[in-house]
Design a protein around this ligand. Structure first.
Ligand code: TXA
Ligand code: MG
Length: 349
């Protein structure tokens, strides 16, 4: 398949009608959102949904998020919106938040992975909003990566994974946030965060004080016996080609430990990578060192994480040591992705 690439330059007028047309006809279009790039298709069209699974190599019981631009579209998808869900949606939409609600019967099981619940999100990225609004399609869109790779934060990575497999890629430059949306389940007794993101536990608590983190998130890797509520969480998550280990503790001790470990491995003949914060970069004396952003600007760390993991996969390093972060506010989402990538390997100093 020949994949069309539509490049959108900032500040210039652009025409998105071809992309909207492809979606209406059941085709696949990758597009930027404020979190990561999505791989979109008409979520009410079974055959279109199936194409998403095929392009990504994704297991068919892992459900998709339906993306909307207009509030009226919720009525087509959800059978009921609780007061709590409504409050949170009004506060954070459009934005990086996904809610799980009970679905209407018209939403195909091909889109929800066989579940009676459905994930819905209203993204804020202007290109995504325009595409959704113009097509008037409820767009099922997972992240636009091959299953098991980090979510793409620029069109370059979408092209790497999807060129030749989908109808169109809209190149809208780098995304702003860099981590997938927060997912909150409103179908159980208490609202439950299934995936942490930019809308943090702390922010949600201000509106719905009873919100909790899913047990699978607090189990520190011992998840075998805890049933994951987001089906995506039970699959082997992205793991870098190299062996990744996180180092947590007082900052100067962390730097010292990473240098010790890196030196040791290099002496054994291995190639080593380091993920460090900008403040500490000059301290690292071994290996291929990557700057993940300023510790004082946690947003920059979220924005750089997936790019750095992809860059290390393209290098020949065999071991990676990374600084760890506090698991509060946005640090919760960053550490959630880092810990999964590390297979929960962490050294405390
Ligand atoms: O930021 C995002 O959410 C991005 C952009 C493209 O919008 N999308 C994204 O989709 O991250 P995906 O498919 O990579 O992740 C969706 C997650 C999966 O872990 C899936 O299992 C979970 O949402 N999910 C979807 N529907 C669900 C449902 N009904 N119940 C529980 N979990 C659900
Ligand atoms: Mg994904």
């Amino acid at each position: 398949m020949n994949t069309l690439i539509l490049k959108i330059e900032e500040g210039e007028k652009y025409n998105i009608s071809k992309a909207a047309e492809i979606l209406k006809l059941g085709g696949l279009v990758a597009f930027p959102t404020e979190t990561v790039y999505g791989l979109g298709a008409d979520g009410f069209n079974k055959e279109a949904s199936k194409k998403i699974y095929a392009a990504k190599g994704r297991p068919s019981d892992n459900p998709l998020i339906l993306h909307i631009a207009d509030w009226e579209q919720i009525d087509k998808i959800a059978s009921h919106v609780s007061k709590e869900a409504d409050k949170v949606m009004k506060a954070f939409w459009p934005g990086p938040l996904t809610v799980i609600l009970n679905k209407k019967k018209e939403v195909p099981y091909e889109t929800t992975g066989g579940l009676d619940t459905v994930a819905i999100r209203m993204p804020s990225h202007p290109v995504a909003r325009r595409l959704l609004h113009e097509s008037q399609v409820c767009v099922a869109a997972p992240s636009a990566n091959i299953s098991g790779r980090p979510s793409p934060t620029t069109a370059k990575y979408v092209i790497e994974d999807m060129d030749g497999k989908i109808d169109m890629i809209i190149d809208g430059g780098s995304v702003g946030l860099g981590l997938e949306s927060t997912i909150v389940d409103f179908t159980s007794d208490v609202p439950t965060i299934l995936r942490p993101g930019f809308i943090t536990l702390e922010m949600l608590k201000e509106l719905i004080p009873n919100v909790v983190l899913d047990k699978a998130l607090t189990a520190q890797g011992r998840v075998e016996h805890i049933k994951a509520k987001a089906p995506g969480m039970k699959y082997k998550h992205y793991a870098p080609k190299a062996d990744l280990c996180l180092i947590k503790g007082e900052e100067s001790q962390v730097v010292k430990k990473i240098n010790e470990l890196a030196k040791e491995k290099e002496e054994e003949g291995y190639r080593v990578g380091i993920i460090g914060t900008e403040e500490n970069i000059p301290e690292y004396t071994f290996g291929l060192v990557k700057n993940i952003g300023k510790r004082g600007e946690i947003n920059s760390i979220a924005a750089n994480l997936y790019r750095i993991l992809r860059e290390f996969d393209d290098s020949d390093v065999q071991y990676i040591y990374s600084e760890a972060f506090e698991e509060e506010e946005l640090g919760q989402a960053i550490m959630n992705r880092l810990k999964k990538a590390a297979g929960y390997q962490m050294i405390r100093v």
